[in-house]
Design a protein around this ligand. Structure first.
Ligand SMILES: Nc1ncnc2c1ncn2[C@@H]1O[C@H](COP(=O)(O)OP(=O)(O)OP(=O)(O)O)[C@@H](O)[C@H]1O
Length: 274
């Protein structure tokens, strides 16, 4: 089952193509992370899928519906966390969540459980204007979740989170995976590695990589010196390789270096060469 299907998506502002032939799918219940430099087209892609922007061309389906024609019933199945949320400065945290939850009668998560999951319990009765930036952001995430959506879009959900809030958020996401399909954007590569079943890298409006974190991270690199000569080898299993190297050559080997496979290396190479 595919929760999202995108085929040949194109977005043009004036004469400027910001998305070119973007094609991908998201399996139901999985987490997809969309990575890419500033201006790559991540928010544009997500906003088209949310039904906020009209695409220029291509086919798009979210939960079996074209977002350009999504009705109220379709919208009720979708949770959205934008990069910035409109201000409701005078509302209190619990009041706003209870109000949002009332749109999803019988479906919504328990408000207190949600508040606890993002560490907002002690701030539940504060007005929004009294919250710090990171606390506001945690509330944004909870608002996206309150209706227990089948599909959740998160645009840079953890921007401004402290390490503890980030960890709580990761646990929250792990807790709802399987039940909810999630598509998120982030600039935090370790976060993408931790959360995503699949990662897409977008650069200048094109997909330049699509795979699991492991697939994209490539191979470990082992370097060593033997008989005065420097050697280098890429390998999936550097522990095994180094073990065999020492078994064979013993202490004739020197200057050993192992650089683990890294999503960051792949990301930077792809983005710089795009
Ligand atoms: N309404 C608009 N009119 C014209 N150009 C736009 C509009 N909205 C976005 N763009 C352009 O589209 C491109 C992609 O923007 P988008 O916000 O999707 O990037 P992003 O990958 O989400 O970036 P960031 O990481 O900074 O959030 C940018 O070059 C941006 O200037």
């Amino acid at each position: 089952m595919k929760a999202v299907t995108v085929d040949g998506l194109r977005m043009r502002y004036g004469a400027n193509d910001v998305l070119n032939d973007v094609t991908f799918q998201v399996d139901s219940g999985k987490v997809l992370a969309l990575l890419g430099p500033n201006g790559a087209g991540k928010t544009t892609t997500i906003e088209i899928l949310e039904g906020f922007r009209r695409r220029s061309a291509g086919r798009v389906s979210v939960l079996g519906v074209d977002p350009a024609h999504g009705d109220e019933r379709w919208r009720a199945r979708i949770g959205i966390v934008l990069q910035s949320w409109r201000d409701h400065a005078k509302w209190r945290v619990r009041e706003l969540l209870t109000h949002q939850g009332s749109y999803y009668a019988g479906l919504a998560w328990d408000i207190d459980d949600l508040l606890a999951a993002v560490g907002l319990t002690e701030h539940a009765d504060k007005q929004l204007r009294m919250l710090s930036g990171g606390q506001r952001r945690r509330l944004d995430v909870v608002i996206g979740l309150v209706g227990r959506p089948e599909m959740l879009f998160l645009d840079e959900p953890t921007a401004g989170f402290d390490p503890e809030a980030r960890r709580d958020f990761h646990e929250l996401i792990h807790g709802i995976t399987g039940e909810t399909t999630i598509m998120l954007t982030t600039h935090d590569l370790p976060e993408a590695e931790k959360l995503a079943d699949r990662i897409l890298i977008l650069s200048e409006g094109r997909i330049v990589a699509d795979g699991t974190a492991e697939e994209l991270a490539g191979e470990d690199v082992v370097r060593w010196t033997l008989d005065g000569r420097r050697h280098e080898r890429s390998t999936q299993d550097s522990t095994r390789f180094v073990f065999d190297l020492f078994k064979r050559y013993g202490d004739a080997v020197s200057g050993l270096e192992v650089r683990p496979a890294s999503l960051e290396d792949t990301y930077l190479t792809l983005v710089e060469n795009a």
